[in-house]
Ligand binder design. Sequence first.
Ligand SMILES: [Fe+2]
Length: 481
Amino acid sequence: MNDSRSLTDASSDRNPQTASERGEDLVSPIMSDVGTKRWGSSETENHRTSLAQVEHASHDLSQAERLDTVIQRTGLTLEKAWRSENYNDYRFPELATSALQKMQEEGAFLFDSIATWLIGLRKNVSEGPNEGGTFGQPPVTLYSDTSARFVIEALVWLDGTTAIHDHAFSGAFLVAQGSSVHTEYEFEMKEEIGTDMRLGSLAWKTSEILTPGMARPIHAGEGFIHALFHLDYPSITLVARTTTSVTRQYNYMYPGISSRAFLEPTRIKTQIRMLKALLLANPQHFQSLAESLLSDADLWTVRDFFATFYEKRDSVPDWDRIVAAAAEGQDETHISAIIQSAGEARKIAEVVALRRKVRKKDLRFFLALLMNVPDRSDIVRMTAERYPDSDPSEKIVSWISELSDKYDIGLTFTPVTLALASAALDDMDLQSALDTLNKQFPTAQLMTHRGALSDAWDELHSITLFRSLFGSPVKGVASRR
Ligand SMILES: [Fe+2]
């Protein structure tokens, strides 16, 4: 099934179209009824419908009023509790966690009810730090305390996902609707490039599934580094957080680059955009200007350059010279880390693009693992934990097959290549994999396809999307895709 077809199917399941949108003829049945008593019946029917709609809307509004009562009570109670702790920000995460859990028990903080609270009640509060931003689709401030020390907000998530990040504030978050894969990481700093960029190593700590009612505290600083991947469409997260920043907030990328969040020098962005245009219109001019830019560039420019052009390197006239130019002005280990992180960013971009199309929860779970869990053994273990009645390798192979059938992932799988994937999941080398396949498929077929299978094996181990499952981290410029 192609992408557009599967997307159409998914959206029509979720959003039943009206008859007119389906192209059905709405005129003829009414015209044929003109002058008969059924016309009057339709009026009655319409009247009943509008009455039902009014009652429904009224019910929604009264639900939203009740929600507002819960919000106000939670906010006032949390303010009082924190005041009694002298507004100690170290204490706030624990207080916020309890407050959100109680709030969730008392009210149904669901997508529809929050929308009715915001729009139906014309509810207005002092804007929190996220209001109008992109962290949430949208982020909605539910409560601002009178001294502006903290806010409670609801974050709506459809296709969004969070970067790996820490926090400049304290608080807590709670899943109110849907479920999310929550992953924590740790960062060991090895070199500080000022306070805005640090190099080191990023390591995965744990992943867990959070379901409605589950809350986690947020501690400011790099002691709590995490990312969330939302499995349901939509998902709602409630957050209670302090409004003042006590430290800088950083985003993190494998293998270990930590850079200050929300810091994007505009001039670099303009230069990169110009280079993108040049690569399309005049590749040779791109080559000379890119080399010139990189030969004495700062690390921010180098990072943004490779983040943009790593995926386009096949279109670049001489990629090796580009890398050499970057190495002229920077430490080789810096360049290596930046190119590896660009490869990781490419994988994340592919997962995010797929997630916009994929609605099935178990496939989204697989995408979450591909995006957030860097190691095959942990992906297999987490699959086994979530699906204890299934063989985890078989489950993963079925997901690969489904993704390959329904979406363009750059690789088409056959029963034989799926068996290769299964062997790779079981840590076999190529020869062991071929020996295993010999038992499952006719030998003659294998002999005929032996070269193709070897190529498929190599491709499986180099495909960006499955890097965490089959590949090793991107090494410099040698890796493909
Ligand atoms: Fe966060």
